[in-house]
Design a protein around this ligand. Structure first.
Ligand SMILES: Nc1ncnc2c1ncn2[C@@H]1O[C@H](COP(=O)(O)OP(=O)(O)OP(=O)(O)O)[C@@H](O)[C@H]1O
Ligand SMILES: [Mg+2]
Length: 292
């Protein structure tokens, strides 16, 4: 069997460091309706090596985005520790850049100004800012639209701008929350291939959330599967298929079938729990849902 080192980018092969270390992480939200607490993440332990590309899959609502937001420093853990490059994360910053499904670009800025945004906050001078931004745009093959307003770009192009805007900060970790969920299948495949190229060329550490098992297996060095209520990891697979991966090959499909069975079980459990909670809170509503 191939070791992870054989298929990962150069930066990873050299690295034995843990870039991200999460120990005993819990996240609870208050439930205003009941006055109780909702345990969203329970006892999450996770280590990501420098240069790894890890995907997380799990049923809707299991806490994937919450986990990414905690690593990004947008949310605080209730308990437990999250360390990046050996230092505890205390807030958001350029070391943890996030890419969202909806691009979140600034519509009043042109393409290169969007990419420069974080560098402007860091008070880099204009020339250096522009050089770095153009280099990042080159990584996503978009230098030719640098001066174009972002609203003139296609969805796929806008997402590449969002990736360039994150990469330009040279983060320790790139956090991607269903980044290709809003584009069509053709664009999605192009974006996946582009991300593979970026990963290979830069050795960027990436944590990638997706609903698509196919996407997770195509991209990742490991796939982690989460369960719901409370959100926790229940399975992990190191993917050692040769790259570029062929999603129609039998070994690829074998992995997908195995993960699909595990994921479907979790999704069905989540649906049953949801039905039960509605039935408990409002038998009338539960009955009317059943009639539909
Ligand atoms: N700020 C918040 N306040 C209260 N509850 C929250 C908050 N943010 C998330 N939650 C709850 O935490 C749970 C997990 O949400 P989260 O968005 O992390 O799930 P997810 O796995 O990303 O789902 P999806 O696949 O649909 O994106 C949900 O029950 C959600 O309602
Ligand atoms: Mg989410």
């Amino acid at each position: 069997m191939k070791h992870l080192d054989d298929i990962a980018p150069a930066a990873y092969e050299r690295s034995s460091e843990w870039e991200l270390e999460i120990d005993g992480l819990f996240k609870e939200f208050e439930e205003p309706s009941s006055g109780g607490t909702n345990v969203v993440l329970e006892n999450i332990d996770m280590k990501v090596r420098k240069g790894d590309l890890i995907s997380i899959v799990g049923p809707s609502g299991c806490g994937k985005s919450t986990l990414l937001k905690i690593i990004a420093g947008f949310e605080k853990p209730t308990r437990g520790s999250v360390r990046l490059g050996g230092r505890t994360i205390t807030g958001s910053g350029p070391d943890q850049m996030m890419v969202f499904q909806d691009y979140a670009l600034f519509p009043w800025m042109n393409t290169v100004e969007n990419v420069e945004f974080g560098l402007r906050i860091q008070k880099l001078d204009k020339k250096e800012r522009r050089e770095k931004a153009m280099e990042a745009l080159g990584r996503v093959s978009l230098q030719h639209v640098a001066e174009r307003p972002v609203y003139m770009l296609s969805g796929g192009m806008q997402q590449r701008v969002a990736i360039a805007r994150a990469l330009v900060m040279q983060p320790r970790i790139l956090l991607m929350d269903e980044p290709f969920g809003a584009v069509d299948a053709q664009q999605r495949h192009l974006l996946q291939e582009e991300l593979m190229r970026i990963w290979r060329d830069t050795g960027q550490t990436i944590l990638f959330v997706t609903h698509s098992l196919d996407e997770a297996i195509f991209l990742s060095s490991s796939v982690l599967l989460m369960a719901i209520n409370p959100g926790r990891f229940i399975h992990s697979d190191v993917i050692t298929l040769d790259r570029p991966r062929d999603s129609t090959s039998e070994p690829f499909n074998q992995i997908e079938r195995k993960l699909r069975a595990l994921l479907d079980t979790e999704v069905h459990k989540a649906e049953a729990q949801f039905e039960m909670s509605i039935a408990e809170q409002s038998p009338k509503r539960w009955w009317s849902r059943r009639q539909r």
